[in-house]
Write a protein that binds this ligand. Structure first.
Ligand SMILES: Cc1ncc(COP(=O)(O)O)c(C=O)c1O
Length: 384
C-alpha cells in the first residue's frame, strides 16, 4: 500500500493557504483589527457578553480535551495505534453534516468522481454528493442474516475496480440499522485500498463504545466523524468532529470558514468535555441503553410486532418490524401515532432490507410509556 494524500485531495484544495487574521497572532488588547462592533450587542441584557467578538477559529482547548477523552476511552492497545490523538488530528464542523460536505468537497472532482455508500444508511452522504455533482455508487449491507454488516470483500471489489471512487462512507453504528460495523471488517478495507478515504461516521458510538478515532494515527486513509448531537445531548449547538491524519486535518482546517464554530457553541462544547460532564454523558448513555431494552421488550410483545429487532442495538434507537414486512400497516401505525397521539417515530419501510420497519428513538421513561401504550391501542384499532 502506498497511500498518497496528494493524489486523493483535489489539487487546488491540497495547496490551499488558510484564511489568516490578525487574531491568529494577537488575541488581547484594544482589538481594532476585525471590524467588529466595540459598542457591543444591541439586545438588552447582553451587555456583559463577548458576542460582539468573532469566536476562536481554532478551538484548541476543546480539541485537546476531546482528543484526550478518545485516547482514554480507546479500546485499542498502544501498539495498535501508532501514537495518541492530539488536537492536530481534529477539524470541527457545524454538525457532522458540515463535516460530510467538507470531506466530499475536499476530495471529489464534481461531474467526474464518486463516493461509495452502503445502504440502508444515513441519507446525507448522497444528498451532499448530489449537491456537489458527485456520483453515488452503492453496495448493500448484508441484510439476509439481519446482521447489517459490511461485506468487506464486495466493497473492496467495487473500490478496486472503479478508479473514480474517492470516498467510502461507513455508518457505525448504522442508521437506521443500529448495528456497529465490526472493526476487523473496516480494517480489512483500510489495509487493502489506498486510492481514497474510508469515512466512518460514528454519530452514535458512545452508546456502544469501540470508536475507530484512535486509529487515524495508524491509518492515513481513515477519517472518523463524531458529533455532540446524540450522546452529549447537544444537537442544538451543531458541533461535529472530524478525526484524521494530521496532514488531512490541516487541509480540512484550511478549507473551513474561519469562524464556523460560534462562541455560543464553543462555550457549551467546552463545558461538555469537562471531566464530570463526560462522566454524566456516559451515565446517560448507559441509562438510555437500559431503557432501550425495556422499550424493545414492551414493543415486541405487542401483537403484529415481530419478536426480534432488526439490525443491532448499538445506538439510541431500535428498529422493529411489523408483520414480517407489512409496509402498509407500518405506515398506518406511524401516521396514526403522529396525528392521533402526538407521538412521532420514523417509518423506514422503504429502506433496503427494512420492509415493514419503524425506527423508534429511546425517549425518557415517561415518553416511552406513552409510546408503548399508544402503540398498543393504535394496533388494536387498526387490526380489529
Ligand atoms: C449517522 C448520522 N450521522 C450524522 C448525523 C448528523 O449529525 P449532526 O447533528 O452532527 O449533523 C446523523 C443524525 O441523525 C446521523 O444519524
Amino acid at each position: 500500500m502506498t497511500f498518497d494524500l496528494e493524489k486523493i485531495v483535489r489539487p487546488k484544495i491540497f495547496n490551499l493557504e488558510p484564511y489568516r487574521c490578525a487574531r491568529d497572532d494577537f488575541t488581547e488588547g484594544i482589538l481594532l483589527d476585525a471590524n467588529e462592533n466595540a459598542y457591543g450587542p444591541t439586545q438588552h441584557g447582553m451587555e456583559q457578553s463577548v458576542l460582539h467578538r468573532y469566536p476562536d477559529p481554532h478551538q484548541l482547548q476543546f480539541k485537546t480535551a476531546i482528543a484526550e477523552y478518545r485516547n482514554r476511552s480507546s479500546t485499542f492497545t498502544a501498539d495498535e495505534c501508532t501514537r495518541p490523538l492530539t488536537s492536530g488530528n481534529i477539524c470541527l464542523g457545524v454538525g457532522s453534516d458540515e463535516s460530510i460536505d467538507a470531506i466530499i468537497r475536499a476530495t471529489c472532482v464534481p461531474a467526474r468522481e464518486k463516493i461509495l455508500v452502503l445502504p440502508p444508511t444515513y441519507s446525507m452522504y448522497s444528498v451532499c454528493a448530489k449537491i456537489n455533482d458527485v456520483e453515488v455508487v452503492t453496495c448493500p449491507l448484508i441484510t439476509e442474516d439481519n446482521s447489517f454488516q459490511m461485506d468487506s470483500d464486495k466493497v473492496l471489489d467495487i473500490l478496486n475496480n472503479d478508479q473514480e471512487i474517492k470516498l467510502l462512507f461507513i455508518t457505525s453504528p448504522g442508521n437506521p440499522t443500529g448495528a456497529q460495523i465490526e472493526t476487523a471488517r473496516i480494517e480489512k478495507v483500510l489495509q487493502n485500498w489506498d486510492r481514497g478515504l474510508v469515512v466512518v461516521d460514528e454519530a452514535y458510538v458512545d452508546f456502544c463504545g469501540g470508536s475507530t478515532a484512535p486509529l487515524v494515527t495508524k491509518y492515513q486513509n481513515l477519517v472518523t466523524l463524531q458529533t455532540l448531537s446524540k450522546s452529549f445531548g447537544l444537537a442544538g449547538i451543531r458541533l461535529g468532529m472530524t478525526f484524521a491524519s494530521e496532514d488531512l486535518a490541516r487541509i480540512l482546517n484550511a478549507m473551513k470558514a474561519p469562524y464556523n464554530i460560534s462562541a455560543v457553541t464553543s462555550d457549551y462544547a467546552l463545558k461538555a468535555v469537562q471531566h464530570h460532564n463526560l462522566e454524566l454523558m456516559e451515565q446517560n448513555a448507559a441509562l438510555m441503553n437500559k431503557e432501550k431494552i425495556r422499550l424493545l421488550d414492551a414493543l415486541t410483545q405487542i401483537n403484529c410486532v415481530d419478536d426480534h429487532y432488526v439490525g443491532g442495538l448499538d445506538a439510541n434507537f431500535i428498529l422493529i418490524r411489523i408483520n414480517k414486512g407489512d409496509n402498509e400497516l407500518a405506515k398506518k401505525i406511524y401516521l396514526n401515532l403522529a396525528t392521533k397521539c402526538g407521538v412521532v417515530i420514523r417509518f423506514r419501510g422503504t429502506e433496503l432490507g427494512c420492509a415493514g420497519c419503524l425506527r423508534v428513538t429511546v425517549g425518557t421513561p415517561k415518553e416511552n410509556n406513552v409510546l408503548i401504550q399508544q402503540f398498543k391501542e393504535i394496533i388494536e384499532e387498526l387490526t380489529k
